[in-house]
Design a binder for this molecule. Structure first.
Ligand code: UD1
Length: 342
């Protein structure tokens, strides 16, 4: 059985679908702080299988202990559960440190206690900060974090590395995600931020649907071809599939070291204006936008060198930006028409 923490969230839910497609058993642990329990029904609708589910806050050690006692058959863990809003983390640093670090430590403590040796950790390209050279590869320098959120990812990676040094039996993979977007082909699961979206693509799809009046482009004076900031947008289904490869790698002892790190991106950077244009092609809609100053904490440009993940994992992102925006748009429509208020 694979324990997926944060399994009702955006990337978590898509990964659970892929795990089921692989014939694996799945237990989800999630505190539903940024997701809804009916995601489980929709995972069942897509796959015909229902994941086991525990609503639990893993940052509370006694709750985490009970979970691991109740399920003695966990073979590997994918640890998604974490808070991820950069701006909020600046306002509430303690919340982020407590939530993201305590939950990781409680998971690790229980892994030790129950001799569970395999974990895939959700890390982020945020660990690279504003890179000096592009694209960034796994050995690129880790820069001082721009936010408490980014710092929790850096500290988490440090914790995992330290543990790998003294525990040769522990097998750990950190996956550094670039910017996950898109939704499942079925339109039954997708990104569903609670409240006003922080991230670009849900803001665009909500503007397209008429929920938001207009998009604000945060800065057009960056040192980039069109002046807007550049990111590496990776499709969530492609991203989820990388987790399946990572889990197989751990369960089959194919890992080369007991702590490995991989970039998960497409290898291509896209500017905010390019995303707006690709959305127009995907949806036929020209969304209204205005330009404001830069958002605090934002970096100018980052995209991934994916050659290590491509070679070592035999994995590659396949979905185009336009295709991802199409599935994100289909999901927004399906959700608003069929799921919201039900
Ligand atoms: C950041 C983190 C990422 C983290 C994610 C979680 C970095 C480099 N990346 O992503 O690790 O997982 O937050 O939330 O720290 N934009 C607009 N208008 C909007 C929203 C966004 O112009 O309304 C722009 C941003 O300025 C940015 C791009 O769109 O240039 C992408 O923003 P967003 O989707 O929020 O992701 P990141 O900030 O790159």
């Amino acid at each position: 059985m694979i324990l997926v923490t944060g399994g009702t969230g955006f990337i978590g839910s898509h990964t659970v679908v892929e795990l089921f497609e692989e014939g694996m058993d799945v237990l989800i642990a999630d505190n539903l702080s940024n997701s809804y329990a009916d995601v489980i029904d929709r995972i069942e609708k897509i796959t015909g299988k229902r994941p086991m589910f525990e609503e639990i806050d893993l940052a509370k050690s006694e709750k985490a202990d009970l979970l691991f006692e109740k399920y003695p058959n966990i073979k590997a863990i994918i640890h998604f559960a974490a808070s991820k809003a950069v701006g909020e983390s600046v306002e509430k640093p303690l919340l982020y440190y407590m939530n993201n670090l305590n939950s990781l430590m409680n998971v690790l403590e229980n892994m030790k206690r129950h001799s569970i040796n395999n974990i895939v950790f959700s890390s982020s390209c945020t660990v690279y900060g504003e890179p000096d050279e592009l694209p960034v590869h796994e050995q690129s320098p880790i820069k001082i974090a721009n936010s408490p959120y980014g710092n929790t990812k850096q500290i988490s990676e440090e914790i995992l590395k330290d543990i790998s040094k003294i525990s040769p039996d522990m097998n750990i993979i950190s996956l550094r995600y670039f910017n996950p977007i898109g939704a499942h082909q079925s339109s039954l699961i997708g990104e569903l931020p609670i409240g006003i979206p922080n991230n670009l693509v849900p803001y665009i799809t909500q503007t397209g649907y008429g929920i938001r009046e207009e998009l604000t482009v945060f800065g057009d004076d960056y040192n980039t071809p069109d002046g807007s900031a550049v990111r590496d947008y990776i499709d969530v289904v492609d991203l989820s599939r990388a987790h399946i490869v990572a889990i197989h790698r751990l369960l089959n002892n194919e890992n080369k070291k007991n702590y490995e790190v991989f970039n998960l991106g497409t290898g291509t950077g896209s500017s905010v204006f390019e995303v707006i244009n690709a959305f127009k092609k995907a949806s036929g809609l020209k969304i209204k936008y205005k330009i404001s100053g830069r958002r605090e904490g934002d970096i100018e440009k980052v995209w991934a060198d994916t050659s290590f993940a491509n070679k070592e994992l035999g994995w590659k992102a396949e979905t185009s930006l336009e295709q991802s925006l199409k599935t994100a748009w289909d999901w927004e429509n399906y959700y608003r028409k069929n799921l919201e208020n039900k």
